[in-house]
Design a binder for this molecule. Structure first.
Ligand SMILES: [Zn+2]
Length: 187
């Protein structure tokens, strides 16, 4: 999301994320406000004059002020004849959608080759949910239930060989191995 600054009215100079480096009150010490001869309630309009930025002059050009001036892109200039606007940059259409917001927030990973076997149109939500829990290692296996004191035994229900863990259930159990083999032969 980027701010397109027009006349600077209705946008807080220190508390709105109008600048590319973020919310200025968070990025700089409070002393920058007095260096600007400003107040915490000031609007961006207070540093605009004739479609250009009105930066503090003389001794008030502290290290922080210089840093802020340098961090302001040269193509980011106000346009006094327009109102401020906000552009959504997370989608190519510049139009906000829940999908584009979700993709911006999450850590994206490469698709895994078997994802279409679990997540597809018409899948069984319960199965997909259980698989998702297994991928997150949060499936309530007997070994976890035992650790929580819910059950006393944690042996696999399909074979008496190993504790019922995700690794055993999905990768090592001889019984479920045969089941997976049958399922995969259907494809
Ligand atoms: Zn087993």
């Amino acid at each position: 999301m980027t701010y397109q600054i027009g006349n600077g009215l209705s946008t807080s100079l220190w508390h709105d994320p109008w600048h590319p480096i973020g919310i200025l009150a968070d990025e700089f010490d409070n002393s920058i406000i007095s260096d600007f001869g400003s107040t915490p309630q000031a609007l961006v309009a207070s540093i605009i004059q004739n479609n250009s930025w009105r930066w503090p002059e003389g001794r008030r050009r502290s290290r922080q002020v210089i840093e802020l001036i340098r961090a302001t892109p040269v193509d980011q200039v106000p346009d006094c004849f327009k109102t401020n606007s906000v552009k959504w940059t997370a989608s190519t259409t510049r139009i906000y959608t829940t999908k584009s917001a979700y993709h911006r927030m999450r850590d994206s990973q490469h698709n895994i080759c078997w994802s279409h076997l679990v997540w597809f149109k018409g899948n069984i939500p319960r199965f997909a949910f259980i698989t998702w829990l297994a991928c997150k290692f949060t499936l309530s296996t007997k070994s976890r239930l035992k650790a929580w004191g819910v059950v006393k035994e944690d042996q696999c229900v399909f074979c008496p060989m190993e504790p019922d863990t995700i690794e055993h259930l999905f990768f090592a159990c001889p019984y479920t191995y045969e089941v997976w083999k049958e399922i995969m032969s259907l494809h």
